[in-house]
Ligand binder design. Structure first.
Ligand code: GRG
Length: 288
């Protein structure tokens, strides 16, 4: 896993060149190069690998997905959204570069990512590139990330009916699971997988994404700034609809475990140490 992370970091650094006007490229590169876990690009590359594809083919797409993820983090931290001063253990983008530059850096990452896929995916066919761009545009916009964020904001301060379980699942399928789906679906498309395989792995991604969000909600209750690299306890204080606020800590843990066990069932036959290690790490942090 360390090797994969190093490869992704090396490529992100290579793709994200600082050029004129330097202020915007520096703002884009700042959050991008902070030490994130790189889960989405790892999953994109690992999916390609378990389906028999050379991971080098998928490096531009994997890095583009990390750029989209970083865009969502930069915008999520803005004062008009979650208003967070810290991200990945350091000051958030707008605290360093100012709000206007943070908005623009996010916009620039959002648009540079597909540019990168088009310019650098020499080893993919035109059909594969178009399919990957279709997944990217669908999941990044109002049919994905933006839809999740809108309903999430609307859930603050108890404005939505908190008994509505499906609202919570809608938020997190769109806000969180969507980027794991994008990563895994693109890895499978790059490997030339058939529709049945793509849908099976997509099911894994949805379940993993929901489990990951429950993990994140639990960590917001039981973890520390040092471990998570961001302000802890904010969800509770803002009255946000989360798995812990809706079900309580113990039930949230049970739901996490059920989803994780379903993930194991799906991924078992692919024999992937990388996927298993990612899941095990989350399980160990959530505890019993
Ligand atoms: C796409 C135009 C456009 C807007 C985005 C702001 C927004 C709309 C969506 C917010 C999405 C968001 C920040 C969801 C949170 C998901 C989550 C749990 C992120 C943390 O992921 P980690 O722990 O982070 O993998 P690292 O830093 O390790 O990469």
């Amino acid at each position: 896993m360390k090797e994969l992370i190093n490869l992704i970091n090396e490529k992100l650094d290579e793709y994200m060149q600082i050029t004129y006007p330097e202020s915007i490229f520096k703002a884009m590169k700042y959050t991008l190069m902070l030490p994130g876990k790189r889960l989405r690009p790892i999953m994109c590359l690992e999916t390609a690998k378990i389906l028999g594809c050379d991971i080098n083919k998928m490096l531009p797409t994997a890095c583009a997905i990390e750029m989209l993820h970083v865009q969502s983090l930069i915008h999520d931290d803005l004062p008009c959204m979650d208003n967070d001063d810290y991200r990945r253990g350091k000051l958030s983008n707008h605290k360093v570069f100012g709000e206007a530059n943070a908005v623009l850096a996010g916009d620039a990452l959002l648009t540079f990512a597909p540019q990168l896929i088009i310019e650098k995916s020499e080893d993919l066919s035109m059909t594969q590139i178009v399919r990957i761009l279709h997944e990217y545009t669908k999941f990044a916009g109002a049919y994905g990330l933006i839809a999740g964020q809108v309903v999430d904001i609307e859930s603050e301060g108890g404005k939505l009916d908190k008994t509505k379980e499906h609202t919570l699942d809608f938020i997190h399928l769109n806000k969180t699971a969507v980027l794991f789906r994008l990563a895994i679906r693109c890895g499978a498309i790059g490997a030339g997988a058939d529709d049945k395989t793509i849908e099976e792995l997509d099911d894994f991604a949805k379940k993993f994404g929901l489990a990951f969000q429950i993990y994140d909600d639990i960590m917001d209750e039981i973890s520390s700034f040092e471990e998570m690299g961001k302000t802890i306890g904010k969800d509770k204080n803002s009255g946000k609809l989360t798995y812990v606020s809706l079900y309580g800590l113990d039930s949230a843990k049970r739901k996490f475990k059920t989803l994780i066990s379903e993930c194991y069932d799906i991924i078992e036959k692919y024999n992937s140490e990388v996927f298993k290690n990612i899941i095990k790490k989350l399980e160990s942090k959530v505890g019993d």
